[in-house]
Design a protein around this ligand. Structure first.
Ligand SMILES: [Mn+2]
Length: 218
């Protein structure tokens, strides 16, 4: 379709390999019952795309996988609500972190008080990267995130960024066994518009139902 090459080194991690942030060995066997995380994008007419989807190798999410998946999806939706002129990436990040923090507390993956878990940023144990980055000629495009006063840069129409919350439970995490080795990220490419945002990668299946339906059709 006119895209000449990938925009960056593809990350393709099955099972716990999805918990390694920049896993690019991409050579482990995929196992029945695991999720596969694919972070890949093409370069088109000089512009980079950067998309992540996480889907079950055998076509069906198991229960713990779908619970965590839906939590990441909810976090992304909370972040989307903060993508509009005048808002900023810090606000969007906080919205996503709040959902992940509260969700992990409710599931018992984070113990203790929900408010404290959020404030003390205990969710960072499992949400191990920033919410997103500028996107354009490069996959991590140039552009400041804070102005000279140290204030977060406000969104303006035409700005393009990724929104990519994730949850990564390492195999040796001190949590219920059923959560271990699950790594999930959902990443879309977003352009800020006059009254909100446009999701340029909305055509890629994303909900549990859409993904399972798509897997069935392959
Ligand atoms: Mn990205």
């Amino acid at each position: 379709n006119g895209a000449l090459h990938p925009a960056y080194g593809i990350i393709s991690g099955g099972g716990a390999n999805a918990c390694i942030l920049h896993y690019t060995d991409n050579r482990d066997a995929l196992r029945d019952g695991d999720l596969l995380l694919v972070d890949a994008g093409a370069e088109y007419q000089g512009y980079a795309a950067d998309i992540t989807r996480t889907f079950p190798v055998n076509g069906k999410f198991n229960e713990p996988q779908s619970i965590l998946y839906n939590l990441v999806l909810k976090a992304q939706q909370a972040a989307f609500a903060e993508i509009k002129p005048g808002s900023n990436l810090v606000k969007a990040s906080e919205a996503a972190a709040r959902v992940i923090s509260d969700g992990l507390t409710e599931l018992g993956i984070l113990t203790g008080d929900a408010e404290e878990n959020f404030k003390e940023q205990r969710w960072k144990t499992y949400f191990i990267h920033g919410l997103g980055h500028w996107l354009g000629l490069d996959v991590h495009d140039v552009g400041r995130y804070r102005n000279s006063e140290g204030e977060p840069v406000s969104f303006k129409p035409g700005m393009v960024l990724t929104v990519e919350p994730g949850i990564y439970i390492p195999e040796d995490a001190e949590v219920d066994e059923k959560w271990r080795g699950i790594g999930i990220r959902i990443e879309d490419d977003i352009v800020v518009t006059a009254d909100g945002f446009d999701n340029m990668t909305a055509g890629v299946p994303k909900t549990v139902e859409e993904i399972e339906e798509w897997m069935k059709s392959q």
